[in-house]
Design a binder for this molecule. Structure first.
Ligand code: S3P
Length: 445
């Protein structure tokens, strides 16, 4: 069934049973990029069949990389080496994906040919200056629109192309900027060093090592020498903790819940959601912890627990950056207030996620006050049923779906088609675990 644009969710219920959520989005993008730039065949299992990662896959096909992909089966990439990409016949279209666009910008900056990168309306509203500026410092001819937003145009300089290695301190803690510059650094003439104001996800570093690249990292500094050739490898993508997050929150707030989430990536740069929920009193246990292809993985058991409000520690914000929409729901169900600060990056995600959550939660009768870099959310709230906007943002839609477990009446969520960017089959998966969710008949495809 194709997921449609409107969800109707019945109040109440509990999450139980065993669920495996889809593959990690960040790792899926990176597996295609690195597999394409490597020498030899890379095989990827657990690849996310979501629209975002499929856009990245298509972009590399558009540049002449042979990629075999049957839904549900292993992805096989015939890598062309660092210098084997071909000029695409048309603009590379990354759809809704900020990760796809920013990571690809780093790769395209190193190519001898000219390319342009476009996306959907939401992506065209997102800031790209954060990658344009450092890539220009490396000598790339790259520009966006006058406001440094997409489309991006990268003008190749023919065979004389060579980027300069730089030493760059990023203005915001962003794995996308870091990864973009690491990819560009592969095409630079020395050691590229990136220093971040906070720790961000390190999947690029771990995966590059898996492809045989020497890369140094120490706390918030990472560096690599240009010209290193990637050697093909096999990659097993674990389930995405950012997709598991909806179930972590749903089970924590819905009485009677007890659910096992299988094979979830628990890379310490991604587990901020677990740390924050535990600080709030959640009952989360990690089982069968193991290392799979250089990434830590576990089965996660979560049971209902009475949560309490907290001041979310700022250092955990980048480690849970995609999970705040779901955390806002948890905060409404906690005892006492929860304060989120230092999270201004939420305003430049697929939508302004602070504004979107505040607006929907107010519709549900919540007491929530928006601040420039977060929100103050009052706990002990009985949320009402309501019709809420997701603003076309997958994580907003799935967060409100989980909220319905504690609402008094039905919740209707508008504009949910983009859930397919990160969580294909969300409706079926959530329904099988006990959420009373269905796609509205009026708009079902
Ligand atoms: C991502 C990094 C994060 C995150 C995004 C995926 C990545 O963005 O929000 O969903 O795969 O590198 P920033 O690094 O810009 O915070």
């Amino acid at each position: 069934m194709t997921e449609s644009s409107e969800y109707i969710v019945q109040p109440g219920g509990a999450l139980t049973g065993t669920v495996r959520v889809p593959g990690d989005k960040s790792m899926s993008h990176r597996s295609i990029i690195m597999g394409s730039l490597a020498v030899g065949e890379t095989r990827v299992s657990g690849f996310l069949e979501g629209e975002d990662s499929l856009r990245t896959l298509q972009a590399f096909r558009d540049m002449g990389v042979a990629i075999e992909h049957q839904p549900g089966a292993m992805v096989r990439i015939q890598g062309v080496g660092l210098h084997g990409l071909k000029a695409p016949a048309k603009a590379l279209d990354l759809g809704n994906s900020g990760t796809g666009m920013r990571l690809l910008a780093g790769v395209m900056a190193g190519q001898e040919f000219t390319s342009s990168i476009v996306g959907d309306e939401s992506l065209h509203a997102r800031p790209m200056g954060r990658v344009i500026k450092p890539l220009q410092q490396m000598g790339a001819d790259i520009s966006g629109n006058p406001e440094d937003k997409p489309p991006l145009v990268i003008t190749g300089k023919g065979s004389a192309q060579q980027l300069k290695a730089i030493n760059y301190t990023t203005p915001v803690a962003s794995a996308q900027i870091k990864s973009c510059l690491l990819f560009a650094g592969l095409y630079a003439d020395g050691v590229t060093e990136i220093i971040e104001p906070g720790i961000t996800r390190d999947h690029t570093e771990r995966m590059l090592r898996g492809f045989g690249v020497n890369i140094d990292s120490d706390n918030n500094t990472v560096s690599l020498k240009g010209g290193q050739q990637l050697q093909a490898t096999d990659i097993e993508v674990p389930a995405d903790i950012s997709s598991a997050a909806f179930f972590l929150v749903g089970a924590s707030i819905a009485q009677g819940s007890d659910i096992l989430l299988q094979h979830v990536g628990i890379n310490p740069t991604r587990t901020g959601i677990i740390d924050i929920l535990r600080l709030m009193g959640a009952d989360i246990t990690l089982q069968q912890e193991r290392l799979v292809g250089g990434e830590p993985v576990a089965d996660i058991r979560v049971k209902y627990a009475g949560l309490k409000g907290i001041d979310v520690p700022r250092e955990l914000v980048p480690l849970a950056i995609d999970e705040f929409p779901a955390l806002f729901i948890a905060a409404c169900c906690a005892t006492g207030a929860t304060t989120v600060s230092g999270a201004e990056e939420l305003r430049v995600k697929e939508t302004d996620r602070i504004a979107a959550m505040v607006s929907g939660l107010k519709q549900m009768g919540a007491q929530i006050e928006e601040t420039p870099d977060g929100a103050v959310i009052q706990g002990d709230q009985q949320l009402a049923g309501a019709t809420v906007e997701s603003f076309g943002d997958h994580r907003i839609a799935m967060s409100f779906a989980m909220a319905s477990m504690v609402t008094s009446h039905e919740v209707r969520i508008l504009d949910c088609a983009n859930v397919n960017t990160s969580f294909p089959n969300f409706v079926q998966t959530a329904a099988s675990a006990g959420l009373g969710i269905r796609v509205s008949d009026e708009v079902a495809l």
